[in-house]
Design a protein around this ligand. Structure first.
Ligand code: UDX
Length: 421
């Protein structure tokens, strides 16, 4: 098939390159010149494991352009633009609206049936109440008759997005018309995982409920972890036992300093905002966010048990990315931690294998080290914020270490404190 992808972030790029590998012809559309140039020269505009190789091996099967007109030559358009948070937590649909209207304008000039698939994470109701009327107005055509419209959420983890694209747990397709359903069933026929066909609103909600539940698991593990810490119990042992119950499953119980990234915090907040708009009080979801906001600051409380005044002290930070194997610092737990340390008058020296450049855009005033060992050697105490594998190779002897992510080797430190263990 000929596929166009609007929006070349993690989701758009990985989805498009995945389809290219499966033999489709892919056209990427984005407004950012830098991304277009990078893709056209076979270089990934983002850091994501496996994507460069995928781009090299499938050269010739994809191209990138700024021109929306090229959608016309394709059979399906995936809208993969970002849905950031507004101040009040609700989602900002600016990019979704403009992608829909540009797509609609192009469809006006096309006679054949064209399928538009929303892959961006959007609050239930958005595809039919926002995207559909925009495309209809701009194209002068009727949805589900002249063009298809569907919602197909992504469940890609950053750092493992390529692996997740080819080995999904499930594929969710929200559709209304038969023709669109057939096109998407054919597109996804090489995948052998369970496929769930639902109406559009349900598919939108599956994405939110999945991310909200993952976030809940983490905050729950952290709350139990905080209690365990007081009782002298290892929370990781506890969840090993809990996770063996087949109704529960062991994943996503890694207690520590909470969740960051581009999805979990934003999606939970958006769901809270929507629930409140509907007159519901989402008590659990609010608590999930509260626990998550408090958790990174517990590291500083633990640190102050050992260094009561941080004024003028050099505090080392190991890890700035919101999780390992990415350069992404969006909602990284390092942000509130560094903010608090600076407020307390500490000097901060940080290291991350991939995310220093991105982090320095938010915190240009802190020092960035060349290696993790330099951070340890030059600081009065070290906070471990991201569990990069290379942090297992460092020498922590003689130091005060507060560990937010369970790095085994750090236990050799003079003083070692786990945040929940
Ligand atoms: C998430 C979802 O997993 C994915 O399905 C969705 O499509 C996008 O959002 P991602 O944001 O890439 O993916 O990261 P994920 O691996 O889910 O981790 C999110 C955050 O939770 C990270 O900050 C991580 O450190 C934290 N986390 C995860 C924990 O603190 N404990 C855990 O047990 C698991």
């Amino acid at each position: 098939m000929k596929i166009s992808i609007v929006g070349c972030g993690y989701v758009g790029l990985v989805t498009g390159m995945g389809f290219a590998k499966l033999g489709h012809e892919v056209t990427f559309v984005d407004l950012d010149d830098r991304k277009i140039e990078a893709i056209n020269s076979g270089k990934p505009p983002i850091f994501e494991k496996g994507i460069e190789e995928l781009m090299e091996k499938n050269a010739g099967k994809y191209k990138a352009t700024k021109n929306y007109e090229s959608i016309k030559e394709t059979d399906i358009t995936f809208i993969c633009v970002g849905t950031p948070s507004k101040e009040d937590g609700s989602i900002d649909l600016t990019f979704v609206r403009s992608a829909a209207s540009e797509t609609g304008r192009v469809l006006k000039e096309k006679d054949e049936f064209h399928v538009v698939v929303v892959k961006s994470t959007v609050i239930p109701g958005t595809t039919e109440e926002v995207v559909k009327p925009i495309i209809e107005k701009e194209s002068g055509k009727e949805a589900f008759r002249d063009f298809g419209l569907a919602l197909n959420p992504e469940f890609l983890r950053e750092g493992k997005a390529v692996e997740d694209f080819f080995n999904p747990d499930r594929i969710v397709i929200g559709v209304k018309d038969e023709r669109t359903r057939e096109v998407l069933e054919e597109l996804y026929s090489p995948f052998k995982c369970p496929k769930l066909i639902t109406d559009i609103k349900t598919a939108e909600m599956i994405k939110y409920a999945s991310n909200a539940f993952l976030a809940t698991k983490i905050s729950f593990a952290n709350e139990i972890g905080n209690i365990c810490k007081k009782l002298g119990i290892d929370v990781y042992e506890v969840f090993k036992g809990v996770g063996l119950d087949h109704r529960i499953n062991p994943a996503f119980f890694r207690a520590g300093i909470g969740f960051g990234g581009s999805c979990l915090p934003k999606d939970v907040r958006a769901l809270i905002a929507k629930a409140e708009e509907l007159g519901e009080e989402p008590k659990i979801l609010k608590a999930v966010i509260e626990v998550n906001e408090r958790q990174p600051l517990r590291m500083i409380e633990l640190l102050k048990r050992h260094i009561s005044s941080l004024e003028g002290k050099t505090i080392g930070i190991l890890g700035l990315a919101f999780k390992p194997d990415t350069d992404d610092v969006r909602e990284s737990r390092a942000i509130p931690i560094v903010k608090k340390l600076l407020k307390e008058g500490a000097k901060v020296i940080a290291y991350d294998p991939k995310a220093m450049n991105n982090f320095s855009k938010i915190f240009p005033q802190i020092e960035y080290a060349g290696t993790g060992q330099e951070v340890i050697d030059r600081s009065d105490a070290v906070l471990i914020v991201t569990e990069w594998e290379e942090f297992e190779e460092l020498n922590y002897r003689g130091k005060i270490v507060i560990d937010g992510r369970r790095i085994k080797k750090a236990r050799e430190a003079l003083v070692y404190e786990g945040v929940c263990w």
